[in-house]
Design a protein around this ligand. Structure first.
Ligand code: NAD
Length: 435
């Protein structure tokens, strides 16, 4: 099937590459000319394990191509996915749908009759109706369908998540669109990936509800971590103790510096805003947003306290900047809140991140970027772990200790064991480790 993918970012690129790997003929469109030029040379503009290889092999096979020409991509496509950004609207909480609507408007005159337009972007409930109205106004004679097909992939594990999804959610309003969507995802269906067909508005709300639930789980364990510190309990054991209950599950119960990333923060704001607009406010989600903002700030003060209450004249080594490991994505990373507070408190910061440096550099002025973890800690007064990259778990801790001026370690991800760190002579502080 000929498919057009509008937007070649994390979601569009992974979806385009994987759909071409299934055997579909996919044209991926992006307005960023440099990005298209790099992709034509099989260079992935983002770091995502396994992505470059899939792009390269499908480019070679002629199933995947890249262009800046939206009109040409739309012509002859049976299905057109929209996978552009839906950031927070400037000065508000709601989602800015400018990119989605402008793509819909630009597409309309070039769509084939009976084309299916599929929203992959995360959009508030009712957006499908608005896209339908925009296309109908711009191309009154056209027969077409608008489908909601939200994406649940996780950055860092995106290829696996796309090819072995927990479920595929498809919101359709007509039988023809349902059939085409079934064909697109047939390879996954054969692999027993469950496909859930719903009405379009329901599918749109499933995406936000899933993210809200996960953000709530993270926030819950972060609050319990705070309580653990006060009452002498261990949050990792609490998490395991509750997570082994099948009704709760062990995932998303790692206490840390607060959630970040390109999705949770903006999606929580957008969901809360759309619920307020529908006169059905989500008090739980409003509270999650508030707690998470305060959590990031509290982590900076935790670091200051661990260093004796003042950072004046100190150098801190920071390991990890991205919002989670295995990505170069810095969007709404907790480090962007925590590090400036440490700088304001007088610290000089030396940082290292395996993949995030390029995106982090312009966002963190005044910070020194080291080339490896050992160069990062050399001569520092304390070490702070902000992101749990696998490489930091296996550091030569004796070498780290020898390189530090003072053996203070603040581990915001609990990647080390307090007893082992103390035995090595570190003054160690994790999160929620009161017991
Ligand atoms: P992104 O910013 O990485 O990519 C968006 C791409 O769209 C950019 O490359 C941009 O140049 C391109 N673009 C914008 N307007 C365009 C236009 N008119 N024509 C062609 N290209 C255009 O964003 P992303 O992280 O891929 O997210 C896309 C959507 O998917 C968002 O709604 C997001 O909430 C959702 N989502 C993201 C993730 C994730 O993990 N990143 C997961 C699930 C859902």
């Amino acid at each position: 099937m000929r498919i057009a993918m509008i937007g070649g970012g994390y979601v569009g690129l992974v979806t385009a590459a994987c759909l071409s790997d299934f055997g579909h003929e996919v044209v991926c469109v992006d307005k960023d000319a440099d990005r298209i030029a790099a992709l034509r040379r099989a260079e992935a503009p983002i770091y995502e394990p396994g992505l470059s290889e899939i792009i390269a092999s499908n480019l070679r096979a002629g199933r995947l191509s890249f262009t800046g020409d939206l009109a040409a991509a739309a012509r002859g496509a049976r299905a057109v996915f929209i996978a552009v950004g839906t950031p927070t609207r400037e000065g508000e909480d709601s989602a800015d749908l400018t990119q989605v609507f402008s793509v819909a408007r630009a597409l309309a005159p070039h769509l084939d009759d009976n084309a299916i337009v599929i929203t992959k972007s995360t959009v508030p409930v009712g957006t499908g109706d608005r896209i339908e109205a925009i296309i109908a106004e711009a191309a009154p004679q056209l027969r077409f369908s608008v489908v909601a097909n939200p994406e649940f992939l996780r950055e860092g594990a995106a290829i696996r998540d796309f090819k072995l999804p927990d479920r595929i959610v498809i919101g359709v309003e007509d039988e023809a669109a349902r059939k085409v969507m079934g064909e697109i995802y047939r390879p996954l269906y054969l692999n027993q990936g469950p496909i859930l067909f719903t009405r379009r508005r329901t599918a749109e709300l499933i995406k936000y509800s899933a993210n809200a639930f996960l953000a709530m789980k993270v926030t819950f364990i972060n609050e319990i971590a705070e309580l653990c510190e006060k009452v002498g309990a261990d949050v990792q054991e609490v998490a395991r103790g509750i997570g082994l209950d099948n009704r709760i599950g062990t995932k998303f119960l790692n206490a840390g510096p607060g959630f970040g990333g390109s999705c949770f923060p903006k999606d929580m704001l957008a969901l809360a805003a759309s619920a307020r607009e529908a006169q059905s406010p989500l008090r739980l989600i409003e509270t999650v947003i508030d707690i998470n903002e305060k959590r990031k700030i509290a982590m900076a003060h935790k670091i200051i306290r661990a260093c004796g209450g003042s950072l004046a004249g100190m150098t801190l080594a920071i390991l990890g900047l991205t919002f989670k490991p295995n990505t170069d994505d810095m969007r709404s990373a907790p480090s962007l809140t925590i590090l400036p507070i440490l700088q304001d408190a007088g610290a000089r910061l030396v940082v290292y991140d395996p993949k995030g440096a390029e995106h982090a550099r312009p966002l963190l002025p005044g910070v020194v970027f080291a080339d490896d973890p050992y160069a990062c800690v050399a001569g520092a007064d304390a070490l702070v772990i902000v992101t749990e990259w696998e490489a930091f778990r296996a550091l030569d801790l004796a070498r780290v200790k020898a390189a530090l001026r003072r053996p203070i370690v603040v581990d915001l991800r609990n990647i080390y064991r307090p007893d082992e760190m103390t035995a090595l002579g570190f003054v160690y502080e994790g999160v929620g480790k009161g017991g």
